[in-house]
Design a protein around this ligand. Structure first.
Ligand code: DC
Length: 225
């Protein structure tokens, strides 16, 4: 049976990661969280004063960095130059820094090349902002996952609460809006729905329902191929 490339794009808090991980699990595919790659790079850039570094320096840094997404006991772990940064990349500051670093064309070029290398053989569920538009414009199945801004912010806020981060809901809504704006309005590879992407609104859906829907769509694609 053909091993598909499944692209899932969408804004912050749309449920992409949970859904993509579950779809990969159900199909026996590899799960690739491309946001984690931007986050890992942002984490590396921060102590060096990212605001001061030029775009060229950051692009060079991207080329000199080794980011590894490993599946360990069913969970994905992220290694930055050999160091496990799985938890460190999830803080709100790194979220903001990642969306800032993601506007730099030289940085995107390096990470997109790596994403293509990882996914080219198929059997992959890759999630991000530009997977169906730029990374794999010929992906077998494209999903654009979204939800209302309030529901997305609330999901993010709950995640922070569970991790013990003290951040209030109003501030989370602001941060989600900031990141949305930056991700949608940037010149290079902005977040947008590919014309042939299936639009799924998860405002009133559980992640499991969304994942099942995507698996059904994938099976339909496979039956036709
Ligand atoms: O999905 P995430 O929240 O972990 O992503 C962090 C940031 O990385 C996000 O604000 C925008 C950027 N990103 C991107 O520009 N392109 C991708 N394919 C994935 C993430």
């Amino acid at each position: 049976m053909k091993k598909l490339i499944i692209a899932i794009d969408g804004p912050v808090g749309s449920g992409k990661s949970t859904v993509a991980r579950r779809v990969a699990e159900m199909l026996g595919y590899i799960y690739v969280d491309t946001g984690a790659m931007y986050r890992a790079l942002a984490l590396k850039a921060r102590p060096k004063g990212m605001v001061l570094d030029s775009d060229d320096d950051l692009a060079r840094m991207a080329a000199d960095t080794h980011i590894d997404l490993r599946n360990e006991n069913g969970a994905q772990r992220i290694y930055l130059d050999g160091l496990d940064v799985t938890s460190a990349i999830r803080g709100p500051e790194v979220s903001q820094a990642a969306s800032k670093i993601a506007v730099i064309p030289g940085v995107r070029r390096v990470l997109v090349a790596e994403q293509r290398r990882v996914g080219q053989l198929g059997g992959v569920v890759m999630e991000g902002r530009d997977i169906g538009t730029i990374v794999f414009p010929d992906a077998d199945l494209k999903i654009y996952l979204t939800a209302s801004a309030e529901v997305r912010a609330e999901r993010r806020w709950r995640e922070h609460q569970q991790k013990g981060d003290s951040i209030n809901l109003e501030r989370t809504i602001e941060e989600v809006r900031d990141r949305d704006r930056r991700d949608i309005e940037r010149e290079n590879s902005p977040l947008k729905r590919a014309e042939d992407a299936v639009l799924v609104d998860s405002t009133a859906m559980e992640a499991e329902e969304v994942a099942r829907l995507i698996v059904l769509l994938a099976q339909e694609k496979q039956a036709k191929s």
